[in-house]
Write a protein that binds this ligand. Structure first.
Ligand code: SF4
Ligand code: SF4
Length: 281
């Protein structure tokens, strides 16, 4: 049943979200990266936090490389996070970034590839994160909600879900953050695809985390960890690079068809649609 009190989100095409793609990270995320992503965890960050711009997953980077030629730009698509595998001495690339402050695909406040299936980070605007702590966990605690039935007690603030966007000022006060069923259906009604995209984005990052754990457990990779960062970064620079999806196919962990189907599922927000079913209706 639609909520009549919620305005539909309408992007004003101000270009703000695309014109500042570098360093747009929450403080807690920055702290986590600084502490763990420079050699302590299997995934190694190749650039300083302040240089980071939004991530392109390996299959997205492949598309962006093609599109940059079509619109005649050099998007400077560069690896940002890799796992250095001591079994093969290869750097397995999980994400890339575009080495710009403002997205190179933005011209006169318009996206040159707007009609393509752009990256997740393009399609989640104006969301920064979804309403689920993790896709398989409970919703964060809503203000004034009892602990009963909730595994997590972290407070949910509706404002935390969004980046700076002038088109959401009328919507946020109307979101009912005391009723989880209602807020999910409000978000779905107001934001449509962007809302599904941010939930699917969580699924994708969770899939990557689980994949890394599984590959290590099954000894399919042996990540370099707790190496001095400077030394590790040199080894990575001199190593052969392979995208994670290509690695999975090459090592016969997944077939080409399985990878294509998986990407289709992510592209079509299949998990997100399933996830919100229980909150709608
Ligand atoms: S900041 Fe908001 S209104 Fe402006 S382009 Fe991005 S999503 Fe649209
Ligand atoms: S590709 Fe387009 S939508 Fe994505 S950040 Fe760049 S200009 Fe914005």
């Amino acid at each position: 049943m639609p909520n009549t009190n919620i305005p539909k989100f309408k992007c004003q095409q101000c270009g703000k979200c695309c014109s500042r793609i570098r360093g747009r990270l929450a403080e807690e995320e920055k702290k986590f990266i600084e502490e763990f992503a420079y050699g302590k965890l299997p995934l190694v960050q190749l650039l300083p936090v302040e240089k980071m711009s939004f991530p392109l997953f390996d299959f997205e980077a492949k598309r962006f490389r093609k599109w940059q030629k079509e619109v005649n730009i050099d998007a400077k698509i560069t690896p940002s996070r890799v796992l250095f595998d001591l079994n093969t001495n290869k750097s397995i690339v999980f994400t890339y970034y575009m080495d710009y402050d403002s997205c190179p695909f933005l011209k006169d406040n318009k996206c040159l590839i707007y009609n393509k299936k752009r990256a997740f980070v393009c399609r989640v605007f104006p969301f920064n994160k979804g309403p689920f702590l993790k896709t398989e966990e409970e919703f964060k605690k809503l203000p004034n909600e009892s602990e009963e039935g909730l595994e997590k007690s972290e407070t949910f603030l509706k404002e935390d879900m969004f980046g700076k966007c002038p088109a959401i000022t009328e919507i946020i006060p109307k979101l009912d953050d005391k009723n989880r069923k209602k807020i999910v259906s409000q978000l779905n009604e107001s934001f449509g695809d962007s809302f599904l995209n941010i939930i699917e984005y969580d699924y994708l990052t969770e899939w990557i985390n689980k994949l890394i754990t599984k590959l290590i457990k099954e000894k399919r990779v042996r990540p370099a960890m707790n190496y001095p960062y400077k030394f590790l970064i040199k080894r990575i620079a001199n190593s052969e690079k392979i995208d994670i999806t290509d690695f999975l196919i090459k090592e016969k962990i997944k077939t080409k068809e399985e990878i294509e189907n998986l990407i289709k599922e992510f592209d079509n927000n299949i998990d997100a649609k399933e996830k919100i079913k229980e909150f709608l209706g």
